[in-house]
Design a protein around this ligand. Structure first.
Ligand SMILES: [Zn+2]
Ligand SMILES: [Zn+2]
Ligand SMILES: [Zn+2]
Length: 284
């Protein structure tokens, strides 16, 4: 399994273009891996997690084509994870031909929001309507938390996140062959139900990518800081959820609570985990 990080920042980007704080100024000066776009990852070149607002810029910057994506898993519909204008960009309307139909897995709420934001007349079924699917070269699937399904060669488990209770946010366990990834943002402390689901699932993780929004600052309800991050990794390890050589990455990095990359890497190393950055490729 190959994982390419297309974005690793929290909702406002890091540096936040509008922010004069010490971290943003230092990140601008440092450049390189301290420059973070909004969260998205590409797996094996054909599975995308989150149709985020910075996808176009990230693909250009890292020299990546998204022409071959067959599948997209949407965690939730917050603006930093979903920009449905990309559906238009990959359609014939924008001169794109010969690409595979995109199988798009999202909650009903995310599908409804995407349909609304597309800002055009939608039939009652919205993105699920076959005529819309044909126009957008899209096959939408409604996913709810606690579901096991396959997306082509991927076996997927949707896990309820602890995040924005007014909407349905999901974390995904994704297996491809012998390899398993747990993509775990956006979320605060996992619920006991989520822990039990992960335990029952029974496939130990090769890679965990987890929420680090509040980094070195206070604990959070709907996201995590480093303390929460470490507690979760320790519990995963203690309950046999991690392979011995599992790789653990922090993502969704907030400018308000995390130093620039080099300093954050040093801090994380002392706590036993790694920090993702835009353009990072992980091969497991
Ligand atoms: Zn987010
Ligand atoms: Zn800032
Ligand atoms: Zn969110």
């Amino acid at each position: 399994m190959q994982i390419l990080f297309l974005g690793t920042s929290a909702s406002e980007g890091y540096p936040n273009a509008f922010c004069p704080c010490e971290n943003c100024e230092a990140a601008r000066a440092a450049g390189g891996p301290s420059l973070r776009k909004r969260c998205s990852v590409l797996i094996n070149g054909d599975l995308l997690i989150d149709l985020g607002p910075d996808l176009m810029a990230a693909a250009q910057q890292h020299g990546v084509s998204l022409a071959d994506i067959h599948y997209c898993l949407q965690t939730h519909e917050h603006e930093d994870h979903l920009d449905p204008a990309h559906f238009g960009s990959r359609s014939q309307f924008c001169g794109v031909y010969g690409t595979p139909t995109l199988h798009y897995y999202a909650s009903q709420g995310a599908l409804d929001k995407a349909a609304k934001l597309l800002g055009r007349q939608m039939p009652p079924g919205g993105l699920l309507d076959p005529t819309v699917g044909e126009q957008l070269n899209l096959c939408a699937h409604v996913v709810e938390p606690r579901q096991q399904f396959t997306a082509g060669p991927y076996a997927v488990l949707s896990v309820p996140a602890t995040h924005a209770p007014e909407l349905t946010a999901m974390l995904y366990v994704i297996s491809h062959g012998e390899r398993t990834l747990f993509y775990c943002t956006d979320t605060g402390d996992l619920s006991e139900e989520a822990w039990q689901m992960l335990l029952a699932h029974g496939r130990p993780f090769d890679v965990v990518i987890m929420d680090h929004t509040f980094g070195l600052k206070k604990r959070s309800g709907g996201h995590m800081n480093s303390e929460q991050f470490v507690e979760h990794i320790e519990r995963m390890r203690a309950t046999g959820m991690l392979k011995v050589d599992a790789q653990i990455y922090a993502t969704h990095i907030g400018h308000h609570s995390n130093p620039p990359h080099a300093e954050l890497v040093e801090f994380a190393a002392s706590a036993g985990y790694q920090v993702a950055h835009d353009g990072l490729v992980v091969q497991v």
